[in-house]
Ligand binder design. Structure first.
Ligand code: SF4
Length: 255
């Protein structure tokens, strides 16, 4: 007799259908034609170049269904955090005109070749020492290990790429929302395993913002000139290289 309720088979088939649809949708999404402000703190400038130039990833290095599901859960949890903060009395704006179809707050500089989209702007809310408005709101979701490290050490030490993103956004958003560059940003980290929340005020780090901006300009100039920036590592065993989607390409090219 045919067993239509074989749980293993059902899971495999439904999972495969979901993942296949996610991969198709991802493949149909046009790649970024700009250097993302959220990426400027990446450990490797050469990887940023490959990303900006849309260099084909190594075989098998494209995002698979599981990774795309992780991204999807992260985006959905950010929407949940928006609702939590608004429920707590924060005036949190995530889109221009605060319409669901409104454009995300963001910036474009260097002729649109460097861009960023912010999670939100807090215009008011409960009185909390050190929190002043308007300010930038940045939200990330993490597994328990990364969350614990971030909560214990702070975002600048535990996740320098996020700290760089916040500094760059504070710098570039200040023209559109005066005060954002003066007031500490509110950083939210959600523990995906336990639903614990970490909140941290991140003062504007002008030196970091300048360093990241210089990095972006250096990367764009190198791309325009056809130059390859140095690797961040001396061996492909380096942590970043082991997870880099251009590792084969990179290590087949000159140092
Ligand atoms: S393989 Fe390593 S050095 Fe090369 S681009 Fe990737 S992260 Fe940078």
């Amino acid at each position: 007799m045919l067993d239509f309720n074989s749980r293993g088979q059902t899971a495999l088939q439904v999972n495969a259908a979901i993942d296949a649809a996610l991969v198709v949708r991802q493949a149909a999404t046009p790649p970024r034609s700009y250097l993302g402000g959220s990426r400027l703190g990446h450990a490797c400038e050469r990887a940023l170049q490959f990303e900006f130039l849309q260099a084909p990833k190594d075989e098998g290095a494209e995002f698979d269904g599981r990774i795309l599901r992780i991204f999807g859960i992260g985006h959905a949890l950010e929407d949940v955090a928006v609702a939590w903060l608004r429920g707590a009395g924060f005036a949190l704006y995530t889109r221009k005109g605060d319409r669901p179809d409104g454009e995300q707050f963001g910036f474009a500089v260097a002729g649109g070749r460097i861009r960023g989209h912010v999670d939100g702007i807090l215009a008011g809310g409960p009185e909390i020492p050190g929190l002043a408005f308007p300010t930038l709101w940045e939200c990330k979701t993490m597994n328990a290990k990364a969350w614990r490290e971030t909560a214990n050490k702070g975002v600048a030490v535990a996740k320098p790429i996020y700290a760089a993103q916040i500094a760059v956004y504070q710098a570039y958003m200040d023209a559109a929302v005066p005060g954002v560059g003066d007031h500490p940003a509110l950083f939210t980290a959600i523990n995906k395993d336990t639903a614990e929340l970490h909140h941290e005020l991140v003062p504007f780090d002008a030196e970091l913002a300048q360093r990241m901006s210089d990095r972006a300009v250096r990367g764009l100039r190198a791309c325009d000139a056809g130059d390859l920036l140095p690797r961040a590592a001396t061996s492909p065993d380096f942590h970043e290289c082991r997870f880099c989607p251009w590792a084969k390409r990179c290590w087949s090219l000159p140092a």
